[in-house]
Design a protein around this ligand. Structure first.
Ligand code: UDP
Length: 341
């Protein structure tokens, strides 16, 4: 029988790509999503890509009784927790909304896992925990910085909750936190991808919407940073590569190859790319010109952050493979395709 993996937030951007990779690796995926920031069409996309109808329950992970029914009904020994709000600016305006949703859903899941004897959990963390690091690239031992937004704080707090729950339940719970750098791009089929609601906050959706004429002009937030071209440096990781990191991490837990009960891995490419490089890369990858201008710095942005991926490379046997140019092509193909759906 196929091994089941519960994927909360599995209709979302990273969740849907992970559902595809898990299915293709032979797992049975059970998706829970309440479509708070995702679209039903992604389930159809997963089905079309894999040829497998994903098992799906529409539920809010904060609703413990609804989640209990998922545990009663489905066989799985592992879970990947994506379900969370992720808009930094909104989290500053509505902190309680973020703390409640992002933490309660996770605590519910962990408690149910213990109650039902399901052992392995992966948590979607973020490079945001490193803040403005003094030494680059960041390793997993780079100290975390105090969060600059409630969103960032929920990632740090959830990491700590996982660490403490695992420590208190030796042999019953094993966890891995994956710290994502900047996920971009879409599945090569262009059947699933990122679907921002309203005006995108992130760079690549803003770029693709500008290229599509939905936004008039991309603002590049600052060209006076202390970097080679003055714009910020980030580590842009292809979403399919990122999804595959989940498959190997969950395999590590299932096959008990983990070295500690709670582990943390950076998931990035290890390569810094500036905003200008990304914009020009997008233009040449897709043979188009983008309307952009330079705007003031955005509050809260760090100058530069990129990953030291040695630990993930050596311990997980994983590395990012897709070329940036292909990733930027996939982002544009998805943007063109999604309007037709
Ligand atoms: N950025 C930009 N214009 C935009 C959105 C983002 O210049 O419309 C820059 C932003 O200042 C940062 C980089 O692009 O340097 C990545 O931002 P994003 O919000 O995608 O990810 P973050 O690193 O902030 O999580």
């Amino acid at each position: 029988m196929k091994r089941g993996v519960l994927v909360t937030g599995g209709a979302g951007y990273i969740g849907s790509h992970t559902a595809v990779e898990l299915t293709e690796a032979g797992y049975e995926v059970i998706i829970v999503d309440n479509f708070s920031n995702s679209d039903r069409n992604s389930l159809e996309g997963i089905r079309k890509i894999t040829g497998v109808e994903p098992k799906f329950v529409e539920a809010d992970c904060c609703d413990k009784e609804a989640m209990r029914r998922v545990f009663e009904e489905y066989e799985f020994d592992s879970a990947i927790h994506f379900a969370a709000y992720k808009a930094v600016g909104e989290s500053v305006a509505k902190p309680a909304k973020y703390y409640r949703n992002n933490l309660l859903s996770f605590i519910n899941l962990l408690e149910l896992m213990l109650e039902y004897g399901r052992k392995n959990i992966l948590f979607s963390s973020s490079a945001t925990v490193y803040g403005d690091a003094e030494v680059l690239p960041v390793t997993e031992l780079t100290p975390r910085k105090p969060a600059t937004s409630p969103y960032g704080n929920t990632k740090q707090m959830a990491e700590d909750i996982l660490r403490d729950m695992v420590a208190a339940n030796t042999g019953k719970l094993c966890g891995i936190a994956l710290r994502y750098f900047n996920p971009i791009g879409a599945h090569p089929s262009a059947l699933i991808g990122e679907l921002p609601r309203g005006v995108p906050n992130n760079l690549v959706p803003y770029i693709t919407q500008t290229a599509a004429g939905i936004r008039e002009c991309l603002s590049i937030f600052g060209d006076d940073y202390n970097t080679p071209d003055g714009s910020c440096l980030r580590d842009y990781i292809d979403v399919v590569d990122l999804a595959r990191a989940h498959v190997v991490a969950i395999g590590r837990l299932i096959e008990e190859r983990n070295k500690q009960n709670y582990e943390v891995f950076n998931i990035g490419t290890g390569r810094p790319v500036s905003v200008f490089e990304l914009v020009h890369g997008f233009e040449s990858a897709n043979n188009l010109k983008l309307n952009y201008n330079v705007a003031p710095r955005r509050a809260g942005d760090v100058t530069a952050v990129w990953a030291d991926t040695t630990l993930a490379n050596e311990e997980l046997g994983w590395r990012a493979e897709r070329e940036l140019i292909d990733t930027l092509r996939s982002a544009w193909e998805w943007e063109c395709n999604v309007r037709k759906q």
